[in-house]
Design a protein around this ligand. Structure first.
Ligand SMILES: *Cc1c(COP(=O)(O)O)cnc(C)c1O
Length: 426
């Protein structure tokens, strides 16, 4: 297979003679058929083909196929957001009365999705420390547990998950491991190679990379043996009445999980990505292999500078030798740890805010992981309703500043930090 750099440019779409070189935007909700029978066969899942963009669209599918190839999976779908991707990954196999085990350092939006909204659906979630020993992960698993969930690189703490270790515990219990690979992207880490079964993305971040489009993806490795644990996953292994009694694992084999995500969840919940947004994603993907190493090397340079700066209390970046997750980074992220880092300043909350206000090149925004350097102070912004104790319980230090290193010259990013710290002290 071609190298990842080549796949970023070419996978998913290869035009034939006279066809457009760039991926066309098929801005059509629906598709024409010649006979009633042709259309009928599509609805029986007897034939593949396009009929309605809520389920499938050629532009969206090409980009899904590209992300699938980059991750090394058997099938993928694009969703309207990263939130929808994680929702789909869970609801595809878990329902009322079921249970999920998740790492507690995951993105706040996913933490709420699992802990609050899925609870309302009757799905219980146990959150445990990402660094918890195997025995603790094991102890959290119940007879009704359906999946285990974690992030390659957690947002905002940038902790590296020991994917192979979590996968081993999951598989020992007949459970799939779902990994949100948003910050790493398949350029820096391919979780399937370490035993993950399903990968999700917020493509809003590096895959888009330019802050244009909210989106997500779910990728199926095809490796999980659903039939071996048929009792646990009846939605995949028993006849589906809404498609004339077909059984996903029998009809679609390795692609059972991802096919059901389309024919059930996308059909019923409709969180699809628009062809226009998929086109923007495709543009982003074509330079992902160039951007990720640059984000990573610049972030390491910024992290080293912060580590030596007297105003800085602490820095977390797994690329730093001093970081508690450095050994895991060597294993899982040998080519770089992305552009996201976090740090705390010594001066207190008022000083933090003076520092943020004094930044010039760096913009204050809720976004992260794009070409523009940006910063967020969760305690003052996204999590401002929480007390310091509540912040710590959510795994966020009250002084945590999330810093997303963009594609500007690293010297200019450092100069901006330097002048802002100076201004905050004045
Ligand atoms: C942003 C993010 C999400 C949510 O994605 P949206 O596209 O904003 O819905 C999920 N997981 C991680 C790790 C994220 O950073």
């Amino acid at each position: 297979m071609a190298k990842i750099d080549t796949l970023c440019v070419h996978a998913g779409y290869s035009p034939k003679k006279g066809e457009p070189r760039q991926l066309p935007i098929i801005q059509s909700t629906t598709f024409k058929y010649e006979t009633s029978d042709q259309m009928g066969r599509l609805f029986d899942l007897e034939e593949t083909g396009y009929f309605y963009t809520r389920l499938q669209n050629p532009t969206v599918d090409a980009v899904a196929a590209q992300i699938c190839t980059l991750e090394g999976g058997v099938g993928a779908i694009l969703t309207s957001s990263g939130q929808a991707a994680n929702l789909f990954a869970c609801l595809n196999i878990a329902g009322a009365g079921d249970h999920i085990v998740a790492a507690n350092n995951i993105y706040g939006g996913t933490f709420n999705l699992l802990g609050v909204t899925l609870a309302k659906f009757g799905i219980e979630v146990s959150f445990i420390k990402a660094d918890a020993p195997d025995s603790e992960i094991q102890a959290a698993i119940r007879p009704n547990t359906k999946l285990i969930f974690g992030e390659t690189l957690s947002n905002p703490g940038v902790e590296v998950l020991d994917i192979a270790r979590w996968a081993a515990v999951a598989h020992k219990n007949g459970l799939p491991l779902v990994i949100d690979n948003t910050f790493a992207t398949p350029v820096l880490c391919r979780p399937f190679e370490w035993g993950a079964d399903i990968v999700t993305h917020s493509t809003t971040k590096y895959i888009d990379g330019h802050g244009t489009s909210v989106g997500g993806a779910v990728v199926d490795s095809g490796n999980f043996p659903w039939e071996e644990y048929a009792d646990k996953f009846p939605g995949l292994t028993t006849p589906d009445a809404s498609y004339h009694g077909l059984t996903y694992t029998k009809k679609f084999g390795k692609a059972a999980f991802i096919t059901k995500a389309v024919t059930h969840l996308m059909r019923d919940l409709g969180s699809t990505q628009s062809p226009q947004n998929a086109f923007y994603l495709h543009l982003g993907l074509q330079t992902l292999h160039l951007r990720m190493p640059r984000h990573s090397s610049s972030a390491l340079q910024v992290a080293r500078w912060l580590e030596n700066c007297p105003d800085v209390a602490w820095v977390h970046y797994p690329g730093l030798e001093s970081d508690p997750h450095h050994n895991l980074a060597i294993k899982y992220l040998p080519n770089g740890c992305s552009g996201v880092l976090c740090f705390g300043l010594k001066g207190g909350r008022a000083f933090d805010n003076r520092f943020l206000d004094a930044l010039k090149l760096t913009t204050i925004e809720t976004h992260v992981a794009d070409c523009h350097t940006c910063v967020l102070h969760p305690a003052s912004h996204t999590h401002r309703q929480l007390s310091d104790e509540q912040l710590r319980a959510a795994g966020i230090a009250p002084d945590l500043i999330r810093f997303s290193v963009g594609l500007e010259a690293p010297e200019d990013i450092i100069a901006d930090l330097e002048q802002a710290l100076k201004a905050a002290k004045a």
